[in-house]
Design a protein around this ligand. Structure first.
Ligand code: KG4
Ligand code: ZN
Length: 361
């Protein structure tokens, strides 16, 4: 089985070919990701219109490169899978329309993939994980804990009621005058900082509601920074270190709760696992906290390689393979309309927060 995947939901233009032959481990034959960071850096965040235009310009070449790299011709591909949501609608239209055109011209089935499902199933591509497992997705647009029970069978246990975690990193960086994207720069500055200098709030810690919140933390950072302005490099480092410590602590509390719930709901899982995905999963302080938690709770800690944790098309191609294999490729994908909001779990009610991109459903 060979699937061509296309991803254009945010600021990466990506295409990939993934293969699955019999019982052998799946293989990523090509994985091309073109980041638009430079196009958006001057604006301090992703500008949807610029993103959509950049996808139009780049996508054909990226798809060609992915096919060339994989040494698989379009004829030899079994299906075309494209991210159809959630994300920025301009980019989704570009990716899905391109995929529809390729599928129609090559007479191949088209699979409309939920971007979050791509993240959710990546650990099966990289680590061959069995269902069920727990997923922590922490990116610029999403902060969720999801019980992954099977292909197409997801239950969201927690989400953010305001900012996504990556967004909180990006806004904190901006406040402190650090360049975009904020996360890696906050982490870098924090290395030489004193994490004990500022005591920031740990939002939701101990709350019976399982969700996340980061906007109060961001406000506390702003107040601390304003109070001691102008900031020296050491001040910035201390704020970053203290912010990161608060985030890790708050996140750890929420995840510990979910691990306990997983034990209760899936008592017969031989080797329970926590999988992390999303750009924030690169953060070493956060990773360290989660790893320690898992060790204590008897969970395997699975962190796929960073290239597959952040947005990419291999995860979309893989989700396509999983759907094909499960007979769930969908009937009328050619009529599928991109969905800027598309919750993975249709059962849990969307939580409407006040985040920049609205509800992180
Ligand atoms: O998954 P991703 O590449 O893209 C989407 O948001 O879809 O995640 C990007 C986010 C950004 O907010 C970025 O600041 C954050 O991940 N990030 C980090 C780190 N690297 C990237 N946050 C904290 N520490 C990092 N090392
Ligand atoms: Zn993503």
């Amino acid at each position: 089985m060979r699937v061509l995947g296309i991803e254009t939901s945010c600021d990466e233009t990506a295409a990939s070919v993934v293969a699955l032959d019999g019982v052998a481990a799946p293989e990523i034959l090509s994985n091309i990701v073109l980041s638009q960071i430079e196009e958006h850096a001057a604006f301090g965040g992703v500008v949807p219109e610029i993103a959509a235009r950049a996808h139009v310009e780049a996508l054909d070449g990226i798809v060609e490169a992915a096919l060339a790299d994989s040494a698989v011709s379009l004829d030899e591909v079994d299906a075309v899978a494209a991210t159809a949501g959630p994300g920025l609608v301009g980019g989704l239209i570009v990716g899905l329309m391109t995929a529809k055109a390729i599928a129609a011209a090559a007479n191949k089935p088209l699979i409309a993939v939920n971007h979050l499902e791509g993240h959710a199933l990546t650990a099966r591509l990289t680590d061959g994980l069995d269902f069920p497992y727990l997923l922590l997705l922490v990116s610029g647009g999403h902060t969720q804990i999801v019980a992954v029970r099977g292909v197409g069978d997801y239950q969201r246990w927690a989400t953010t009621i305001d900012d996504a975690l990556g967004e909180a990193f990006d806004k904190t960086a901006k406040m402190l005058g650090l360049p975009y994207p904020g996360g890696p720069n906050v982490e870098k500055a924090a290395v030489s900082g004193d994490a004990g200098r500022f005591v920031f709030p740990r939002p939701m810690k101990g709350s019976a509601q399982p969700d996340f919140s980061f906007s109060g933390l961001k406000t506390a950072v702003r107040q601390a920074a304003t109070a001691i302005a102008p900031l020296s490099d050491q001040d910035v480092a201390d704020i970053c270190a203290s912010f990161q410590a608060a985030v890790a602590d708050a996140l750890g509390d929420r995840v510990a709760r979910a691990l306990a719930r997983f034990r209760q709901e899936f008592p017969h899982t031989a080797r329970p696992a926590l999988v992390v995905a999303g750009g924030v999963a690169a953060n070493r302080t956060i990773k360290g906290t989660l790893e320690a938690l898992c060790l204590e709770a008897g969970f395997a800690f699975v962190a796929p390689p960073q290239k597959l944790c952040t947005d990419n098309a291999a995860m979309i191609a893989w989700a396509g393979i999983e759907r094909l294999r499960a007979g769930m490729a969908g009937e009328n994908a050619a009529d599928f309309v991109p969905r800027s909001r598309w919750p993975l779990d249709s059962v849990s009610a969307p939580l409407v927060g006040s985040g920049r991109r609205g509800a992180k459903a």
